[in-house]
Design a protein around this ligand. Structure first.
Ligand SMILES: Nc1ncnc2c1ncn2[C@@H]1O[C@H](COP(=O)(O)OP(=O)(O)OP(=O)(O)O)[C@@H](O)[C@H]1O
Length: 628
């Protein structure tokens, strides 16, 4: 009950209100006797008293009604309208009246309870609303304050904005002013820049001009010096002119002398050539030299037969047969040739004797130099040589000599062109040693013209050589090709003839002379007999070609009308160099090994046959021509 708020204006000391409370309490606990009496008194009082009694309770009912304005009409109200029912109860009937009152009391009590409940609810709501109202009031006050603040701030901002606007307008005006000033300044700067550039240019021009001025001053000075020098030079020039006149006269005289001397030289050269060839003719156009090779370091233990050099042209060989052999006793043989090269003769010694043949080629004769002998007798060493300049053989030395003489001949008006080709004849088939391809085209020996004096080999590479170096390069290439073939074909190099051909074409415009000569440098196949079946086949070809060579030489010796050149590839190829219009030199190579005595004997006999052959006087290939 303490939570129930006191209604405004309800005071405890008010008799009406306390009465009601008392009544209520009493009704709740059962009526006391006093109450019952009071009730009876009140009840028995005239209706006006009752009315006054009810008027005491009225304010409370009114308040309840006002608190429950929307509530349905209360039972109390209904009770107030009931006097008409109680009026029907006779006044004496106290019991009925009492019951009626009890009934009414019950109704009022229940109404009071419901009113109390509602009062509590309303009080709660009141409290809530009051709190809400208080909060709202507080919030409103806060919001009001905020609004006030905002309004203040807004006023301040508006004021600031206005002042800023003003400032902005002022600054804009200032900026425009500044823009204008900047533009003016830019214009001024540009014009200043142009002026400064102009200034720089002018400075450069001034510098350039001062430099030019300086150099002109220097030139002026130099011209002055030159003028002085020129004066001296012109004096010297005049003197020199006089000297020149004298010199010209002297040159004229010398020229006449020189021409006379040149004529003498030409005549002497001609005579020299004639003499050389006369000597050659006297020596014979087929010349044979014998070269004995020394044993190599690895061969020092091999037994040797006796070899005795009788004189510069004669050797004697002797083999002492064992007493128990079929041919017991001494076997002694003497051979004479155009010269003998002992085991001590150097490559230079050999070439000194051979060089006259190379000279003949340069004089326009066909020349053939070939090395003959059994395998390992030193043919390749003699023709090609070993390592280094000192061991150069006949082939590289010949080419060196040709190029050395070329310079001399040039002074006498001769222009020479040299062409080289390298070939190999193996089993009667020609192979081009400058062609490294495996499948070479076939090579045949053909005639250049119907006379048959000049021959050529079809499909054979012929390289023009401009120097000895060019030629050596080709020679090495050919050697390598021959070695490759030899490796593929079991020592083929020993069993084939190798031919280096040098073609010399010379022309002398002044003397209207020209000639072509061939220098054939031949390393023949080993001349010994073969032992295996394959060797037998090769030997047959070698022996045939060597015997054909011997026959050709013999036919030439006996001046036969028919010379069997075409019977072998070798003789056919060497035809121009073996016939009348040629010079031939054979080097028969031998060794001194006892085992090789018989082969050596055969070689020396073959060489003796060749040596006894005398060809007719060689004819030079020189022709006269009217012009080019
Ligand atoms: N005069 C010499 N002085 C020094 N060594 C030589 C001389 N002659 C030949 N020889 C050497 O003897 C060896 C055989 O010589 P070479 O190969 O020239 O003989 P070959 O007759 O050409 O043989 P093949 O028929 O097999 O070609 C080589 O090692 C060579 O260097």
């Amino acid at each position: 009950m303490s939570r129930i708020p006191k209604l405004p204006g309800a005071k405890e000391n008010k008799p009406g209100f306390s009465n009601i409370r008392n009544i209520t309490r009493t009704i709740g606990n059962g009526l006391s006797d006093v109450d019952k009496k009071a009730l009876l008194l009140n009840h028995t009082k005239p209706s006006s008293t009752i009315t006054s009694g009810t008027s005491v309770a009225a304010p409370r009912l009114k308040r309840a009604a006002s608190a429950n304005a929307v509530a349905p009409p209360s039972k109390a109200a209904k009770v107030e309208r009931k006097p008409s029912v109680s009026a029907r109860i006779p006044p004496y009937d106290y019991k009925a009246r009492f019951n009626d009152l009890v009934e009414k009391h019950k109704v009022i009590k229940s109404e009071l309870t419901s009113l109390n409940t509602k009062y509590i609810e309303v009080s709660d709501d009141y409290e809530k609303y009051k709190e809400l109202a208080d909060n709202s009031l507080k919030e409103t006050s806060i919001l009001k304050d905020k609004l006030q603040n905002c309004l203040r701030e807004l006023r301040q901002i508006t004021a600031d904005h206005d002042s800023l606007k003003l400032d902005n307008a002022l600054q804009k005006r200032e900026l425009d002013d500044l823009h204008n000033k900047t533009k003016i300044l830019e214009d001024v700067t540009n014009s200043l820049k142009i002026k400064s550039m102009e200034n720089d240019r002018l400075e450069l021009e001034i510098n350039d001009l001062s430099r030019r001025h300086k150099s002109l001053q220097e030139e002026n000075e130099a011209i002055r010096v030159l003028n002085e020098h020129l004066k001296k030079v012109s004096a010297e020039h005049e003197k020199l002119q006089e000297d020149h006149k004298c010199a010209l006269e002297l040159i004229k005289k010398t020229q006449t002398h020189r021409d006379a001397l040149q004529n003498i030289i030409d005549t002497m050269y001609k005579d020299q050539r004639i003499l050389r060839n006369t000597i050659q003719d006297l020596k014979g156009n087929i010349r044979v030299y014998c070269r004995v090779r020394p044993p190599l370091e690895s061969e020092t233990n091999k037994p040797l037969y006796n070899l005795h050099v009788v004189d510069a042209c004669t050797i004697e060989i002797e083999k002492i047969e064992l007493l128990n052999s079929a041919r017991k006793g001494k076997s002694q043989h003497t051979f004479s040739f155009d010269g003998i090269f002992t085991p001590h003769s150097s490559q230079e010694d050999v070439f000194a004797k051979v060089s006259s043949m190379v000279q003949s080629a340069l004089d326009g004769y066909n020349v053939c130099i070939f090395a003959y002998g059994q395998t390992g007798s030193g043919k390749t060493y003699t023709m090609e040589g070993g390592n280094g300049l000192a061991e150069y053989g006949i082939i590289p030395r010949s080419i060196n000599m040709i190029f050395e003489c070329m310079a001399e001949l040039k002074e006498m008006g001769w222009e020479l062109s040299i062409k080289a080709s390298f070939l190999e004849i193996y089993n009667e088939v020609i192979y081009d040693l400058l062609d490294s391809s495996k499948d070479q085209e076939s090579h045949d020996i053909k005639m250049v013209n119907s006379k048959g004096s000049e021959l050529y080999v079809s499909n054979l590479r012929e390289e023009e050589v401009k120097s000895s170096h060019d030629f050596i390069r080709l020679l090495i290439f050919a050697q390598r090709n021959r070695q490759t073939a030899a490796t593929l074909n079991n020592e083929r190099s020993s069993r084939s003839h190798s031919v280096a051909q040098v073609k010399i074409s010379a022309i002398n415009e002044k003397r209207k002379e020209k000639f072509t000569s061939n220098l054939n440098l031949v390393d023949l196949a080993g001349s010994e007999s073969g032992k295996t079946t394959q060797r037998m086949g090769e030997t047959k070809h070698i022996n045939r070609s060597l015997s054909e060579l011997s026959k050709v030489i013999l036919s030439l010796q006996t001046n036969q009308s028919h010379i069997p050149y075409r019977n072998s590839k070798l003789t056919h190829l060497l035809m121009p160099s073996l016939g009348g219009n040629s010079k031939t030199l054979m080097l028969v190579n031998i060794n001194q090994f006892d085992d090789n005595f018989n082969e050596t004997l055969n070689s020396l006999r073959f060489a003796t046959n060749v040596n006894s052959c005398k060809t007719t006087k060689a004819k030079k290939n020189l022709t006269l021509f009217d012009g080019f």
